[in-house]
Design a protein around this ligand. Structure first.
Ligand SMILES: Nc1nc2c(ncn2[C@@H]2O[C@H](COP(=O)(O)OP(=O)(O)O)[C@@H](O)[C@H]2O)c(=O)[nH]1
Ligand SMILES: [Mg+2]
Length: 700
């Protein structure tokens, strides 16, 4: 396998709403570039990037995957991402590997909810965006309509670089608005085209659009602007670099037209990516921090820098073990290299590094700065870690993921599978950072939490298929949390000194509420050795454990600070265990006075319904303790945005269907935690206590 210098690499993420054709398009492009010898199809389960059993079965992408093609001496790495809301965190994480994005927009459906979300992700990452109007062969496809809605949503810098030759079944190619030629594609699905003149009917529209590109390119570049004013146009030799720069700087967002399934537009798209999208080198330095101290530093994506890689995805394979997908941030990564994990400290050996073509890995001897690759069997590296040459520590920023929205109790089908379940799940958690696994402190059941029901169901299905563990999913649970509303101060003393070796631990702590999302802070304020230093972590551990078991109703206590400020010890009888118990007692004693209360997850909800239903839908949301934040109308539909507690949304899918005769759709994602109103909290606490849980008695 050849290796490529960073200047000849393009890392392109395909993003967009579900079912816009991302996965199909990649398979078709690979076929046109001669990377595979037939055109894989999503519908037959033969696409290159939806190779996982779960994806083949469900016919949609669940996790990010990689493929590559060589075109005009350039290696294009494609990053396929899921468009479904519930798996969107995969798309977000994978964008770290990309230097630009192709944002697919369905030629019939136009701008959809996930189009906007992916646009915002790209904005946050500063990624250049190219819109690809997909599935132009579909009935009712309209390039003009989509273009108009793109400009309404994303601004006047959205500029077509192509116009379609025909639409729906008649879509046969594109007028290229830079070369001012028509590319007519072979009807055999090869993705190859023949050049001809732009047909008369399209030529004045094409000239106008060409002028629009020229003006937009000149607008951000004084030199080109002068030239443009002088000559009234720009020659291709100036237009091309100017356009490339404008795309890279996000001053211009091109629009292209394709149909992946009949493979119309492939050559044009491949050439566009190779000619106009930035290489990792052009994208510039990665900003990060020093591992200790956290001072900001930058790392140039250059071969002569020390080797450094960033892991953007992990796959738990039952046979190959852990497979880590990475981007070479800087330097040349040689096969067999040993790199330090700057997040975790240990060294890892990169044996058998390779490049990824869907489910297969092709071995390579080295990878240059900017390229993407994979390696199996790193010992403790997980997604988001940075590794590199010991001499040059560097930490790339981690992806900030949301919180899981829903949690289900799961139970192994055969008794005795508990250990197997727990091992398998822990490997899956490495692969998917938004899955959480825990034990319900009240019922002792296993809990699996994710971004939505489908997310958890896919995880359960993977457990069975990959790890041969079958589990039953029980009714969803709301992941409530507990917190405090006021400060408190108390002592915790654990003392047993009757006969033999005694136990003695004693501490004084203060609790203080922190803002939502702050988690837990521990402050050691012990002076003069009231508690010997080596016992202090034990106090903290006791508090953390007690907090995880909850105080009111068995839900973890969050968003508080503990200040350990006094205590006492015994020369002989003090031990870690004794101080741990003291910590836990002090915590419980504090909770009594700290006005404990319950928190619940609040969701951002977006509902699209035909206009005539909007009144009913809003009334219904009010009944669900919802707060409506906005309303929009778009071609006969109303889009209602609001925030609603998750507890009120569990049956929403079926309720919405019956309220709107199945004409409404909605999407929902975690927003934040907020206080549960007292009358509802009382019921939750009472229910927990009636099962004998919640505020537990001290076991000695
Ligand atoms: N008619 C038509 N169907 C397409 C085209 N591209 C994809 N599809 C179909 O649209 C569905 C979704 O495609 P897929 O690539 O999985 O979309 P993704 O969710 O964006 O990855 C599948 O049934 C494809 O066969 C296209 O260009 N034309
Ligand atoms: Mg897909």
């Amino acid at each position: 396998m050849k290796t490529y210098e960073g200047t000849n690499v393009r890392n392109v993420a395909l993003v967009g709403h579900g079912r816009t054709g991302k996965t199909q398009l990649i398979s078709s492009l690979l076929y046109t570039a001669g990377m595979v010898n037939r055109q894989g199809r999503v519908d037959d389960g033969t696409s290159v990037t939806d190779y996982d059993e779960e994806e083949i079965q469900r016919k949609f992408s669940i996790s990010a995957s990689l493929a590559f093609a060589e075109w005009n001496k350039t290696k294009i790495n494609f990053i396929d991402t899921p468009g479904l809301n519930m798996f969107l965190h995969e798309a977000e994480g994978a964008l770290w590997a990309a230097d630009s994005a192709l944002l697919l927009v369905h030629a019939v459906a136009g701008v959809e909810v996930q189009t906007e979300k992916n646009w915002r992700f790209c904005e946050n990452y500063g990624l250049p965006v190219t819109f690809v109007v997909s599935q132009m062969d579909r009935e009712l496809a309209s390039f003009d309509r989509v273009l108009q809605s793109l400009r309404e949503n994303f601004g006047r810098q959205v500029i077509p670089l192509q116009l379609p030759l025909g639409e729906e079944k008649a879509f046969k190619g594109c007028a290229d608005l830079i070369r001012m030629k028509a590319d007519v594609y072979d009807a055999d699905g090869s993705g190859k085209s023949k050049e001809s003149e732009i047909p008369d009917g399209l030529s004045s529209a094409a000239s106008q659009s060409h002028e629009a590109i020229v003006e937009m390119v000149a607008e951000g570049n004084d030199k080109l602007m002068e030239e443009f004013f002088e000559k009234g146009t720009l020659p291709p030799s100036d237009l091309q670099p100017g356009l490339k720069q404008a795309i890279r700087e996000r001053r211009l967002f091109p629009v292209l037209a394709t149909a992946g399934l009949p493979n119309t537009g492939a050559e044009g798209l491949l050439s566009f990516v190779a000619s106009y999208l930035p290489s990792p080198i052009e994208r510039g330095a990665w900003k990060g921090t020093e591992p200790d101290g956290g001072a900001e530093i930058a790392r140039q994506p250059s071969d002569d820098q020390p080797a450094c890689v960033y892991v953007f995805k992990t796959v738990a394979d039952p046979f190959a073990g852990r497979v880590s997908y990475f981007r070479v941030v800087s330097g040349v990564l040689k096969n067999e290299a040993v790199l330090n994990n700057f997040n975790r400290g240990g060294a890892e050996k990169f044996s058998h590094i390779g490049v990824v073509q869907g489910k297969t890995q092709v071995p390579v001897g080295e990878l240059h700065a900017g390229d993407l690759g994979a390696v199996a069997k790193l010992k403790e590296t997980i997604t988001g870690d940075t590794l590199g040459d010991k001499s040059a520590p560097f930490l790339a920023p981690r992806v900030k993921l949301g919180e899981p929205a829903i949690s289900f109790a799961i139970e192994p089908k055969s008794r005795g599978d508990e250990d197997k379940l727990s091992i398998a799940i822990h490997r899956m958690l490495e692969e998917d950072l938004l899955l959480r696994f825990s034990r319900d402190p009240q019922t002792n059941e296993f809990l699996l939490a994710g971004s939505g029901q489908q997310h958890v169901e896919v995880a359960v299905s993977k457990l069975k298929r990959r790890f041969n563990v079958e589990v039953t999913l029980k009714a969803p649970k709301i992941p409530y949390r507990e917190t405090i509303r006021s400060k408190a101060e108390a002592q915790g003393k654990h003392k047993k000194q009757t006969g033999g070796h005694g136990q003695y631990g004693d501490c004084w702590i203060k609790l203080e509420p922190l803002q939502r999302g702050a988690g837990f802070e521990f402050v050691n304020d012990i002076f003069g050795g009231a508690i010997p230093r080596n016992f202090i972590p034990a106090v903290e551990k006791g508090i953390v454990e007690a907090a995880s078991k909850g105080y009111l109703a068995g839900y973890p206590v969050v968003d508080f600070r503990v200040i350990l400020f006094d205590g006492s010890y015994h020369e002989v009888d003090s031990s870690e265990i004794a101080f741990k118990l003291a910590g836990s007692k002090a915590f419980k004693n504090c909770m009594e006075q700290a006005k404990p209360c319950l928190l619940e997850p609040i969701m951002n909800v977006e509902i699209t319904v035909p206009e005539s239903y909007s009144g009913d839908i809003m009334g219904n949301l009010n009944g669900r303790r919802g707060r409506i934040q906005g309303m929009d109308s778009k071609s006969g539909s109303t889009i209602i945005k609001g925030q609603v507690p998750l507890a009120e949304m569990l049956s929403y899918a079926s309720d919405l269907t019956s309220m709107t005769q199945a004409r409404g759709t909605y999407s929902m994602e975690y927003s934040h935690y907020d206080f549960v109103p007292p009358h509802i909290a009382d019921k939750i606490v009472a229910a927990a206590r009636s099962t004998g849980h919640g505020k537990e008695e001290e076991e000695e």
